[in-house]
Structure formats: C-alpha cells, structure tokens
Design a protein. Sequence first.
Length: 530
Amino acid sequence: MGFARSLFSLTATFILGASAFAAIGPQVKTASGVVEGEPTTDGKVMSYKGIPFAAPPVGKLRWAPPAPVEPWTGVRSAHDFGYHCVQSASYADMAFHDPGASEDCLTLNVWTPAASETSKLPVMVWIYGGGFSGGSTSERRQDGQYLAHRNVVVVSMNYRLGIFGFFVHPELTAESPNHASGNYGLLDQASAIQWVKQNIAAFGGDPSNITIFGESAGSMSVSAQMASPLSKDLIQKAIGESGSVMTTGTFPIESREQREKTDSAFALTTYGTAKLAELRRIPTEDIIRPIMATRPGPSFRPVVDGYFFPKPPAEIYAAGEQAHIPLLAGWNADEARGGVVGGNNRFSAEGFAAQANREFPTQSAEFLKLYSTATPEDAVASASDYAGDRFIAYSTWKWLEAHTTTGTKPVYRYKFALPNPGDRYHTPAVGAFHSDDIEYVFGTLDSRLEVVVRPEDRKLSEQMQDYWTNFARTGDPNGAGLPKWPVYGPSQWQVMVLDKNSAAKADSHRDRYLFLDNVWSKAQPAARPQ
C-alpha cells in the first residue's frame, strides 16, 4: 500500500557506485494532505511531528471510535509535537515537550533516515506507557531519531487516556453499531497503525514490515493489538517491555457489563449526571479536575468490550487466535524493588511471611520455598521479586507462555538486569527499575537528569538498539558482534540477560511463575461480554 510521493515530497534517487539510495525531502504527501518536516541536528534523519491520524475526538466524538481526518489543502507544518492527551496521572520523571494538554491530541510522529539504501525500511511503531492514564510522545527519552540512524522508520502516536480513553457507559454501547463501549485508547492505537499501513511508504517505510513495541501500558497495548481482530493482521512483529493484558492475577480486565455499572455510578456521583449527552457537554477541565483531586483516583483501563476484544484476551491467546508473528518480550530485574527498599519503607522477613499467609493461606509454605527468606538478603530479594511479579512480571510471563504454546513464530525473552547508574529520581539501590530500559532502547541515556552515564550503559544501549532493530528487520534479534540470543521455548527456557556482560541463561525462576499461574488462574473468573 502507500501513496506515490508527490512533487512536494522532493524525493530523489541517487546513484552511488552500484547502490541506489532513496532520499526523503521535507515535504511528503499523505492520504490527508502534504506535511512538511525538517532534518534533525545531524541532518541524517528527517523528523515529521504532530501529524493527525484521526479527527479531534471532541464534542459528539468524545467517547467515540476515532473518526477519519478531514483532508487539508496546502502544506501542513510537521515541525512540532501535537498536544498531549488530557490525563490524570503525574509521574515525576515524565517531562513533555509539546504545547500542553488537550482532547484534540490524536497525532503521530515519524522519524526516517534522510537517505537509505532502500525505499522499504522496517517500521517500528512505539506505544508509550503510563498506566493508561498518563504519557505522551514528546518525551525526550522516546525521541525516535537515534533508532532511525539504524535504518528503520520510527513512529510514535498519542492515544486517549484515563476517563477519555476508557470510559464505559450503557448509552455508548447502545449508540455503537458494534454494541461496544470503552477501549477508545486502544482503538486510537489501532487507527494509528492503520495510518502507518496506508501512508508509511511515502516516508521510506515498508508497510508489510511493521513492528509494534511499547513499555508498561504500552507493552500491555502491544499484547492487546496482537489479540484484537481489528489490528492483528496489520503487524508483522511485536516487542513488549514489561506488561501484558494477560492479567489473570492482580489486574483483571473486567467485562463491559461490569464497567457500565461502575463507570455510570462514578459519573453520577462525580458529575451529578449519568446521561451521556450531558456528560459530553461538560468542559474538559471539569471532567478531569475531580479525578485529579482524588488520590488514588478511579481506574479507567481496557475492558472486554465485545468488539476490540471479542472475548477475554487470555482466551484469545489460549485459542491461538492472536497474530501469529515473532514476539520479543521481557521485563526488568527490579520492577518494584523501590517499593520494598526505597523511601521510608520498613521491610522485614516476618512481614513478608505474613503477606504470604494472607495471599496464599493454604500454600504459603510452598510460596516461601520459591521466594526464600533464609537470610536477610534473600528475604529482601524475594520480596522485591514478588512485588515485581505481582505488579507486572507475571503478566508478561503469561503472555510469553501463551504465545509460545499457541503461536507459530519464534519467541525471544529477555531480563533487563543492569542496575541503574543513579539520576535525579532513582538511586542505584533500586536496581533496574520499572521503565529503566526505555533510554537504552532509544539511545537517549543523556536525556536523564543528573545522570553520569557509565561505559557499560553505552555498551548495553548499543546492544539493545541493535537487538531491537535486527528483530524489526528480520524477526530475529541476532546479528554480528552480539551475544547469541536463543529462541525461548520448551526445548530450552533460555532468557537473554541484558547486563554489563549480556548472555543467555536458563530461566531460574520458572517454578515461581508456574506456581503463581496455578493459583491466580483459578482465582480469576473469565470476563465475557453478553
């Protein structure tokens, strides 16, 4: 697919020896009109920011699936990021570089090599994290220009968050031709991927070689897009960094019927009305203010809506109905260690044992064999590991396990283990914390505030950028000069440990996840729409 480059795109082909080089100019024609980007500082990458991929979701389009963009005439500037989506979360280490918050936020960005040896480069579509309630494409740690140096096209999109992205209501269900409501943020992502499929050829990308990748809620979104019939045929590879929607443990995905009741009750209590027409007329700031004033605030997350998710994602994967594509996924060694050793926390082995008795009353002895408290050091490590497993590692493992079982393409698993060097927001004591990997993947370590980057950080970042882009190119992360990364599966449960000296190692904690899966999968009833 894709659209022929117009005269505005200034595309040229240069001959250098026996090789043909495709060059991308500042102006590119998309399906909706011409956009004008600019070169990055080094001139090696062209940047196009703030391109609308859907109509502004305002007025009657608030809480509606993304609608088509209205075409424009002339040349639209793509020099600056668009507004970030209105959000209720605030994370200390998130710094946005855009005009501010707005419901009119459905834009994306493209970074592409200014010149390459081919006009069909692999495409990597990034989905940011933030708990489905925060995030933006304009963070410097997610700047796609450095990955684009490795002959890939990088795309990132904004998607609706919190109540604007995941509100469920019976009147929304009734007005929907698909008898569904909620998941508007996931539908935004799918719409952006469809935009990439239709338009990326004009930017030098190969629309038949699209990799989606993301971290935390972005990783959950990757697993969701793989499961949804709306998007699974649009993507050829997937990378997940800490998280999935296979949350049969502590973060269940509720049914549409459950959420229709709870969300309507929330609206009535908070805004004095549960009528959809009246809710759509409430100003943006009056929608978000009471949510921001409540800590912890209400949670608006993906739902089994009967459309994006025809049934619970765990069932989709169990039936082998997900996208059958190569998957690379994993998590960080210390996803939640900060909650155990950081701040004013007072950890004790006795307290951890008491937690085991509460959560696994008939199986606490078995649990404590798997999460040892034999020494004080063991106890801290086990408590940190379990906090991370409960938070996000287990769900990522469940995704890998499911795709290994019912998928037909290779699976690669990693563990990001290099302890962080310390910065304004993190101390080395919290180890490889949740989201620590992002700057290594994007080659943006210098974007961290007050960080002293070590040689091992540079080395690992180079490795990860190579692994990630190799995978996007071929479905295999391996390449010249890199430690061998074996396929993950029953023949050898091998994990690539990304560290000062990266190496593949046997999964030493598989028994933990089998235990958790046995307990949690029985405790969580399936959520199915009626």
